[in-house]
Design a protein. Sequence first.
Length: 178
Amino acid sequence: YEALDYDIHVIRIKNKSKFKELKHKDYLGSIMALGVKRDLFGDLVVQGDACFVPMVNAISQYVQDNLTTIGNCPCSIDIVDISSEDIPKIEFEEKSIIVTSLRLDNVVPSICNMSRAKCIEFIGNGSVLLNYLTCNRKDKLVEMKDTITIRGFGKYKVNSIEGETSKGRLKLLIGKYI
């Protein structure tokens, strides 16, 4: 196979603090606080005391030079080879939900255990992303393999339709990104 030359680095941010366990939001917030736009880096994968972040080469050195702490925890940053075995695979926690239709305003409340009215408010204010794009249409139909990101609740992938209930509702198998 021919090696493809992508303009992307994967950086590993290691938490040096023995007293505080950092979460996804801590790493994301610290990178965003540097002024790095969200479209310049990919999904953060947290594993143990490290976070792996794919990002554009142009900003990877900037982040490496300027990110010294996450919150008040010291950290170290190094660049990992993109083909390295050290980079963790994205894992999902699967769960089954029941929906009346595949409309976005039916799927989101079932995922988050919230009211439909609250969900419509979330969709309206841009807190719901469908396939990484803000979706303000509550009537948008969700398709298999779509990715739904709900700010404050996480990111989910619609895996399959498992069947129907006796009342004609759909059983969906979704995976929550861990």
